[in-house]
Design a binder for this molecule. Structure first.
Ligand code: NAP
Length: 318
């Protein structure tokens, strides 16, 4: 190879960030892994990313879902249960062998376990944490080297339940509160590698999550009978499980796109379908701030709190 061509080749090779390939039309194609892409938010996001020309590794568990995802342009389905380390290791190998590197990781897979804190089975609590909290921890740990190589992005599907904690939804809220802490610790640690980390916190959108919860409870023969909260739980069970009346999670996918591709991604993306959900979440965060501040030697007065709020607002606008 002539010298000048050799150095051009080396320049391209050295300067192209790993994790980027090129689409048929020559445009940059980044590879992103989305876990839990069979239905709901993950499916919507995988389809949105693929339609925008990115390359998606879509995690799913059932053969029918893997086949359906593989039929979509720019999507390669990967069998990935986030509670099974062997499948996670196989997924890392598949992505490495794919030769595209990995620019983005979206930890999206999740389930809901509901029940009163003083009655919920330890098995159920383990299951909740295994999928929603240990899942992102395991998957992130396994894919971190690839993401660091590409100076990429890591984002996780949290929830407004990472700020709110209502009755009978304690296990789920605990897992999503954990994701808030996971995100902040990880973000601080990844900074030195040029990897940016965020959490997307949706409110209520259409998905299969409540049907899946009810099916699991039915399979396990769980009924409100005999509970100290029988009446309240029966009301919960009789409530609507059909989420099709809710908005499709298009705006949730849009937040992920910002987190993955914007030059200045935010740490937190609260995405809610209406003012009411925004209000209860923000009020809860303020209530917690007030509770933290009250009744001790080092409390701040109203003026000082408002000054701190103004400083935080100014910092977020930069
Ligand atoms: N929809 C909402 O209103 C809402 C609000 C806030 C947060 N979220 C969060 O959004 C994420 C997606 O949920 P969704 O609402 O879109 O519900 P969904 O339609 O039920 O999707 C959940 C996804 O997670 C997958 N999954 C479950 N257990 C898994 C495991 N062990 N390993 C790998 N994948 C697994 C499911 O796969 P299978 O089909 O194989 O079960 C499915 O693809 C969750 O983290 C959820 O907590 C949802």
């Amino acid at each position: 190879m002539p010298n000048h061509l050799c150095s051009l080749y080396l320049f391209i090779f050295l300067c192209l960030p790993y994790g980027v390939a090129y689409a048929d039309d020559g445009s940059e194609q980044k590879a992103i892994l989305v876990t839990g892409a069979s239905t709901g938010i993950g499916r919507n996001l995988a389809e949105t990313l693929a339609a925008e020309g990115h390359f998606v590794y879509a995690g799913a568990r059932k053969m029918a879902d893997l086949d359906a995802l593989n039929a979509i342009d720019n999507i390669q389905a990967i069998r990935l249960d986030v509670t099974i380390q062997e499948q996670i290791d196989d997924a890392v190998e598949t992505v490495r062998n794919g030769g595209r590197g990995l620019y983005g990781l979206v930890n999206n897979a999740g389930v809901v376990v509901a029940g009163p804190m003083i009655e919920v089975d330890e098995d159920d609590m383990q299951f909740q944490m295994d999928v929603n909290l240990f899942g992102p921890y395991r998957v992130t740990k396994a894919f971190a080297p690839l993401i660091i190589e590409s100076k990429g992005r890591i984002t996780t599907t949290g929830s407004i339940s990472g700020i709110l904690s209502g009755t009978f939804i304690g296990p789920y809220s605990m897992s999503k509160h954990g994701i808030e802490a996971f995100t902040d610790s990880l973000a601080g640690e990844m900074e030195k590698f040029g990897v940016q980390v965020s959490v997307v916190e949706p409110g209520n959108y259409n998905s299969a999550i409540i049907d899946t919860m009810r099916n699991r409870m039915q399979q396990r023969g769980q009924t409100p009978e005999g509970s100290l909260f029988e009446e309240e739980l029966q009301q919960l069970m009789d409530g609507p499980s059909d989420r099709s009346r809710l908005k499709e999670p298009d705006e949730v996918a849009a937040a992920f796109l910002h987190a993955l591709f914007d030059d200045n991604p935010k740490r937190r993306y609260m995405v809610v379908p209406n003012q009411g959900e925004a209000e209860i979440t923000i009020k809860k965060a303020i209530e917690e701030l007030v509770q933290l501040n009250e009744g001790h030697e080092y409390s701040y007065d109203r003026e000082a709190l408002i000054m701190m709020l103004d400083e935080a607002l100014a910092a977020s606008e930069q």
